[in-house]
Design a protein around this ligand. Sequence first.
Ligand code: IMP
Ligand code: MG
Length: 416
Amino acid sequence: MKTLAVIGLQFGDEGKGKIVDYIARYFDIVARYQGGANAGHTVKIGDSIYKFHLIPSGILNHKISVLGNGMVIDPLELQDEINMLKGFNPKKYLKISERAHVVMPYHKELDRNIEELKGSEKVGTTGMGIGPAYEDKYARIGIRIIDLLDKDLLKKKIEIALRIRGRYLNSQYDPVKLAEEYHKLGLNFKKNIIDTSDYINRSLKSGKTILFEGAQGTHLDVDFGMYPYVTSSNTSAAGILTGIGTKPCHVRKIIGVMKAYTTRVGEGPFPTELRNDIGNKILTKGNEYGTTTGRPRRVGWLDLVLVKYAIDLSGVSEIAISKIDILSGLDEVKVAHAYKINGKTTRNLPVKIEDLQKAEPVYKTFKGWEYPTNGKKNIPDEMMKYLNFIEKYTETRISIISLGAKREDTVLLKRI
Ligand code: IMP
Ligand code: MG
């Protein structure tokens, strides 16, 4: 039996999609377990660019791709992605959980309206209806993928949801029309809708290998992230059990993906944020714009307090580090290894947002380095010192380094 999980150690956009694309070749199945089309990653193969929001990028390697029950799925978005992947025959590889929840058009409107009501306290969501879809799930008025296949039942469920959520909606929604439209969408991938939990567990029993692909990052976890500036799912390894429906012993090895610096989209605390020329330089060089929203990301130095917290929380066994090439050419590179809060130095992550907002990072400064020129594996000394410091601080080894956007630029340092 062999599984591996890939999760984000920061605020999402750590480069998980690329790492998954790189290691998917060693697995039979790639499965997502939380989130929805708020996620976004780009995979470049040769000159082709693929942007993913829902379907695991493993599909590019012709791997069975599972959308687990813990996800919230927008059928319109799913249809778009299936169309984009036409050349890869996606319907042959796609398995969609009948228990996953559906993002409806009114969820997207609710997302916008609730953000507006929050005013300056807004979260800065992606506007993809993620929060409201999860709210409906927990309020027991959600629509599940399986409901799409029964038009009358679907209409009834939409009516109930609209009766309850209507007060926050400005647009009029016709349950009959919505049921018709979404039933039709559901029929498009009817053959792909299955009990994915049963499928995964049977596959494991028969010796198949599975890669669990996390979306977003640990600090956006609804329980362990910087609440309320989080997404509405469990982005840490905890989400795998509920979002897939498998035994705890099936989640043993976890790769934590981190960027060599920090980025964040949306509102919320960011102790090492750089609002200066260096920040802008990294933003431009790293092309730090959201895949889903196109928003420029906030950029800052690497924050190891955050990374260590995420590693300890999920029991991460190996680190994959991305985009270290983007830091090449700077005079110096800094890493936060503690915070000063109200005059006290701590390596612990405060729970209170107000304390986090006051946190002053304590930095270690490294001399800059040039991009490795004679062969990718020839890592410059200063870059090596930076990597060694990360390993020592986190007590976790780095096994993958990604030195660029292309599949060919990823280096496997140690056997996983
Ligand atoms: P939501 O998931 O759209 O509700 O957004 C909640 C917060 O999570 C916002 O700060 C978003 O910017 C952030 N977020 C959600 N998905 C991603 C992602 O895939 N990458 C980075 N940030 C994300
Ligand atoms: Mg992303």
